[in-house]
Design a binder for this molecule. Structure first.
Ligand code: NDP
Length: 326
């Protein structure tokens, strides 16, 4: 099927070449594309940077079914990309700036054009949450990092701190032991969200020290990071931890800015969907880290992408049967 043309309304210079538009290029998007393309729906992915999303910054993956040996995020995404491209997905490196809905048609405005489709899958992912403490912004790229896989090698033989108590902080902290001399994992509580298997590994690694009930107040240095000031939440004691690197893994914030007020979103701006991954707007789906209640695993993102793709295929078939689209 080549591009379902809308019969209703006149939307000017809107490019209607695509049956399905996918916003974002992570695993959920590529999985959705495999399904929509195999259903012979002309599909485009809009990606502003590079395919893979947060997966690109993931060193080793050992919980994605089908890979009994560990696989790197880059390897896995390259396989997903090759598979989606084999079925004909088009990838356009354009940033989506706006999404509007007119007579059921979803109109996507990018930095290079305007596109319309009756099925849009939002898979724009999330970006690292910031601590918003003095020095964090100033020293970004000069000691402050949100990606151990990307920057870890710069800290060979150095002392670093990792902030957070979830799986990301613990697994990235373990990854940093390859390079850094010491890793202090600073967590604001005395209980972790992270999985026990990772915690056991971190606790037994002689390079890792766990600092509990503690928050980072500020990051300081001259040209580069030289230390962090932390405060113990129980005793209120403040102290300086000398370090050259600060790796922050305190969760993520979904990329929903381009939606404006279009969808009803929660406080953290995650998008609500039904079990078909459909939002409150018919034909508009949300999958992966952008979605409320997502488990934020590669495997669940894949499942969500596939669910949305099948739902979109059914919806387009219904619209066609009703004579609303060709
Ligand atoms: P999480 O939301 O799980 O954890 C965030 C951590 O940061 C929490 O410990 C939280 O503390 C802490 N935190 C939040 N805000 C602040 C702040 N302002 N200052 C200090 N600390 C803060 O995020 P993750 O990125 O770790 O994980 C996201 C999802 O991805 C999870 O579902 C996780 O299981 C999954 N994941 C799985 C992996 C795997 O299986 N290999 C690897 C990485 C992630 P508190 O606990 O007090 O709220």
């Amino acid at each position: 099927m080549a591009g379902l043309k809308c019969l209703e309304g006149a939307q000017g210079d809107v490019n209607r070449d695509y049956d399905v538009i996918i916003v974002g290029g992570g695993p959920a998007a590529l999985a959705a594309a495999v399904y929509t393309c195999r259903a012979l729906l002309k599909t485009v992915i809009f990606e502003k940077q590079y395919l893979g999303g947060q997966l690109v910054g993931t060193d080793l993956i050992e919980n994605y079914p089908g890979f009994p040996e560990v696989i790197s995020g880059v390897d896995l995404i390259q396989r997903m990309e090759a598979q989606a491209k084999r079925f004909g997905v088009e990838v356009r490196y354009e940033e989506v700036l706006k999404l509007q809905v007119e007579n059921g048609l979803k109109i996507v405005t990018t930095d290079s054009g305007t596109y319309g489709s009756h099925a849009v899958i939002l898979a724009a992912g999330a970006e690292p949450k910031k601590m918003n403490v003095p020095g964090e912004k100033e020293f970004y790229g000069r000691g402050v990092s949100y990606c151990a896989t990307c920057d870890g090698a710069f800290y060979r033989g150095k002392d670093v701190v990792v902030v957070g108590g979830g799986d990301s902080a613990i697994t990235e902290g373990i990854f940093l032991t390859k390079y850094a001399n010491t890793i202090q994992i600073i967590h604001r509580r005395d209980a972790f969200r992270a999985t026990k298997i990772y915690l056991d590994e971190a606790f037994s690694n002689p390079k890792i020290k766990i600092v509990l009930n503690t928050v980072v107040e500020s990051i300081h240095g001259q040209e580069k990071v030289e230390g962090v000031v932390v405060q113990n939440m129980v005793t209120n004691e403040k102290r300086d931890i000398p370090c050259q690197g600060v790796f922050i893994f305190i969760g993520s914030v979904p990329n929903t800015g381009f939606l404006g007020n279009l969808l009803c979103v929660d406080v953290g701006c995650h998008i609500e969907t039904n079990i078909h991954m459909e939002t409150s707007i018919e034909g508009l789906y949300a999958v992966g880290d952008i979605r409320k209640n997502s488990y934020r695993q590669i495997a669940t993102a894949i499942g969500e992408g596939v669910t949305a793709a099948i739902a979109a295929e059914h919806r387009l078939a219904e619209l066609r049967a009703l004579g609303k689209i060709k």
